[in-house]
Design a protein around this ligand. Structure first.
Ligand SMILES: Cc1cc2nc3c(=O)[nH]c(=O)nc-3n(C[C@H](O)[C@H](O)[C@H](O)COP(=O)(O)O)c2cc1C
Length: 139
């Protein structure tokens, strides 16, 4: 069974709810996902997993959250080549530009990306997140 790690940053809880629902979808598909906030994540343990899901909302001006998430993600990028990666996050008034840039960046790192990531406006759509989790289990 492959090991799946879900690492997220969330300011007001929307991306955190997405992370939990994605984990539920993985579990419903018969696999096990570990879900943790980026502030508790251990880079070595994350890289030891077969698949990694990263979650971060659109922040700043269409960028990743800059104090915790961006440095953590940047620190792993040189080792993402060949990894199966899923990206997700919540956004507000934009059009998903942050995710398009993040997906392009992650593909340039050599990772194999699940779809083009999953974005949701505001509150988590639990059903869609669970479906994404099931896709991640079968990825
Ligand atoms: C400081 C700040 C910057 C933001 N920048 C953007 C942005 O560039 N584009 C966008 O679509 N939403 C932006 N948002 C909205 C958040 O992405 C949105 O509220 C999201 O649901 C927050 O997710 P969270 O609950 O996981 O923190 C911003 C919110 C904050 C607080």
């Amino acid at each position: 069974m492959s090991k799946i790690m879900i690492v997220y940053w969330s300011g007001t809880g929307n991306t955190e709810a997405m992370a939990q629902a994605i984990a539920d979808g993985v579990n419903a598909a018969g696999q096990t996902a570990e879900c943790c906030s980026v502030d508790e994540a251990d880079a070595t343990a994350v890289l030891a997993c077969d698949k990694i899901a990263f979650g971060c909302p659109a922040m700043g001006a269409e960028v990743l959250e800059e104090d915790s998430f961006e440095p953590f993600f940047a620190g792993l990028e040189s080792q993402l080549s060949g990894k199966k990666v899923a990206l997700f996050g919540s956004y507000g008034w934009g059009d998903g530009e942050w995710m398009r840039n993040w997906a392009e960046r992650t593909r340039a790192d050599g990772a194999e990306l699940l779809d083009d990531g999953l974005i949701q406006n505001g509150e988590a759509d639990v059903t869609a997140c669970q479906a994404y989790g099931k896709s991640l289990a079968g990825f």
